[in-house]
Design a protein around this ligand. Structure first.
Ligand code: ATP
Ligand code: MG
Length: 406
């Protein structure tokens, strides 16, 4: 005997009323695409999605399922006909497998099919006794059992399982529309992008780079970070828009008082990101900001910067501590890339003492000292758009050669 199915529980999409069917269909297609190499059969029902294993090893399939948003949990199940002898056999098989790592057990029957001939209580007792008889080392513990056998009696069949593997939760990829993520080479913004994906957003990356002050590796690193997010998108690529920013920074450096360099620079970044968003029909901008983390992320700074647009600026990390963000960065495997020491356009241009409480009115005035429209047009005319693919390498080993702006 062996596990013959995976039972996938839907995440929050179960609560989506009329859209529910569309969400399920969306998820079914995502799962089908991701498992295309496996000779399995997928059946999407109203409450669960079933994957018939057709003899395949469940482990690599589960690993892939765990990267798909819209899945609450995955169970390895043994599916048998609605016959007591078959239920007994499967129960005993699972119990015997659990013996080496369990001292206690519990049987939990879910009798969804009310026409089944044996009641919940009676079946719990019957299977409980059977396990006690055949696995003498196991004792009953109804509160905290090491091994919990669930027997779900449904209309079509009986599903037995003893494990619930967590899924990635969230909403199916792309169901929420398209956004532009402002992606640096740092720790935070890739995590913010991941969280945007989790809520069903389709993402494109907007990255500011400043050659010759930033190296080709800094750009390549951001592309590598983008690559790490592809498995969560439901697609095989992510669009990456590199925005030249050096000329704007040079002008700001010459014209704007030092205390406002950072604020004005951030205003220009957001203005450009918003223009790109509009051109590409995005519905929001996502950043990796978290309140109070650095000078540009105080509420006063956010006010002075966000002033340039009425587009929603989504900040999934707004109340996360750095260590929480790092834990997520490690989980999605972006952390080691993020800490590689390549200069970002913001770090090369960070004034020694940026204002932590800039004034909105002053920020507006100082911004007028540069030719905003002309500089933006020039930059937007030189966008470099790349389709980031999982099988390409962007980082090379050449030595960086960067200039200093300050
Ligand atoms: P991160 O780790 O994401 O770089 P951070 O804590 O270093 O964040 P900042 O450098 O102040 O914070 O950046 C705040 C946010 O501004 C980033 O999360 C990102 O969304 C955006 N940002 C910063 N630098 C760039 C860049 N070079 N290109 C695109 N967006 C950027
Ligand atoms: Mg940064």
């Amino acid at each position: 005997m062996e596990y013959n199915e995976l039972m996938v529980r839907y995440g929050e999409l179960s609560t989506k009323g009329k859209n529910r069917r569309q969400f399920i269909e969306h998820l079914r297609i995502d799962i089908k695409k991701k498992l295309i190499k496996f000779p399995i059969t997928i059946k999407a029902g109203r409450d669960h999605l079933h994957i018939l294993l057709n003899g395949e090893d469940p482990q690599p399939i589960i690993k892939k399922l765990q990267t798909i948003f819209g899945i609450q949990s995955i169970c390895k199940v043994i599916r048998v006909d609605l016959a007591i002898e078959k239920i007994k056999k499967a129960s005993l098989f699972l119990a015997q497998q659990a013996v080496p790592y369990s001292k206690t057990f519990k049987v939990k029957t879910k009798r969804i099919n009310k026409n089944f001939s044996i009641g919940t209580f009676a079946l719990n007792n019957l299977i409980g006794d059977l396990i006690l008889e055949n696995c003498p080392s196991l004792k009953v513990d109804v509160h905290q059992p090491d091994f919990e056998l669930t027997i779900e009696i449904r209309k079509d069949a009986v599903y037995l399982y003893d494990n619930v593997i967590p899924g990635a939760h969230g909403m199916p990829a792309g169901t929420a529309g398209k956004v532009q993520v402002m992606l640096s080479g740092g720790i935070d913004s890739p995590v913010a992008a991941y969280l945007a994906l989790k809520r069903g957003m389709r993402i494109e990356m907007v990255h500011f780079f400043s050659p010759p002050y930033t190296s080709p590796q800094a750009l390549a690193k951001s592309k590598e970070l983008t690559k790490k997010l592809i498995p969560y998108t439901g697609n095989s690529s992510i669009q990456f828009i590199a925005v030249p920013f050096a000329k704007i920074q040079e002008q700001i450096k010459v014209k704007v008082p030092e205390g406002y360099l950072m604020t004005v620079q951030r205003r220009l970044m957001l203005r450009l990101a918003d223009k790109i968003r509009a051109q590409r029909h995005g519905l929001a901008i996502v950043t990796g900001e978290s309140v109070g983390q650095v000078a540009s992320q105080t509420l006063e700074s956010m006010m002075a910067i966000n002033d340039v647009t009425s587009t929603p600026v989504l900040r999934p990390l707004v109340s996360c501590d750095k260590n929480e963000i790092i834990a997520l960065a490690k989980k999605i495997d972006t952390f080691n890339l993020s800490i590689m020491p390549f200069e970002d356009c913001c770090t090369i241009f960070a004034p020694p003492q940026p204002k932590t409480k800039p004034h909105l009115i002053k920020a507006r005035e100082y911004e007028k000292l540069i030719d905003v429209e002309q500089l933006m047009t020039e930059s937007l005319n030189q966008l470099e758009i790349t389709s980031i693919k999982a099988d390409q390498n962007y980082l090379t080993k050449e030595k960086p050669q960067i200039l200093s702006l300050l």
